[in-house]
Write a protein that binds this ligand. Sequence first.
Ligand code: 5AD
Length: 344
Amino acid sequence: MIIPLIDKLRQEHRLSTEEYKALLLCQDADTLKYLQEQAREVSLEQFGNRVFIRGLIEITNHCHNNCYYCGIRKGNQSVLRYELTREDILECCREGYTLGFRTFVLQGGETSSVKDDFILETVTAIHREFPDCAITLSLGEKSRKTYEHFFRAGANRYLLRHETHNEEHYHHLHPDKMSIRQRLQCLAWLKEIGYQTGTGIMVGSPGQNTDHLVEDLLFIEQFHPEMIGIGPFIPHHDTPFAACPPGSMEMTLKLLSIFRLMHPKVLLPSTTALATLAPDGRERGILAGANVVMPNLSPPEQRNKYSLYDNKASLGAEAAEGLQQLEEKLTAIGYRISKERGDY
Ligand code: 5AD
């Protein structure tokens, strides 16, 4: 019986390895509905029917990594590479601020063509112009010193998905020079420095099995991140994983609900990848326990170049300028946009 496990997870916020596995393997529709209801209740208790919004600014698609799943991998010669100037980024923030955003997320590939000093000065400038806003960085692996400098300049949060906690699976997804050890070291530094730290995985990435997911749950349980970013793997046509099937909606929703029950206060986005997988994906994520959405605030003429996967949504309710449409979609399921900063 799985229902008692769901009740236990809600009360005690953790399960044993075997119990997590049983929950992940459960396919019974009524049980999964119960899981979602429990997660939604917890989310409503913690946040009411409010969904936080974050303005996502994709500052560059240059990347020196060659992750097998990602469309902006170094080896993809077909990408038109770009980097935003400081003024471009500040313009995005100004537009976002007017629309009501109070968190800006600067995301980009890992590249030395955008210098750490440039990031530092940009964070300083955003912090000076918008002292009431949170600044989130999502720029991959850096040295501890660099993370410290960014933090002192005014960055508050950092997103760095671990992608998979299993070493063998990590090597199935990434070339040899990347390692899960380094990724986990970076996450530990970020937390120590004082960032609200986010990690997470792709659901249904090639080679992923239930045991890997259990490992991810156990890692996330003990790491206790302030944010958890998960979305389905979606193939990109110019990558080695072009022919692999996408991750499933059901497993993504199930994991969102499990994370909500594990960590009631965690900031949990209903991601763009979920909204790309199905037209109602974003709303289904919210109803499964997510409480954050991250509309795209990048300059519209660059958006299609930040193609992590095929058909990545960046229009309508996924666009910052489509906030009205997002509000309507949320209203239809009984939720509203919160224009607060939404710290952990
Ligand atoms: N499908 C889904 N998510 C992807 N990401 C990168 N490539 C893909 C893909 N093909 C995710 C990774 C990364 C985040 C920025 O985007 O998990 O951490």
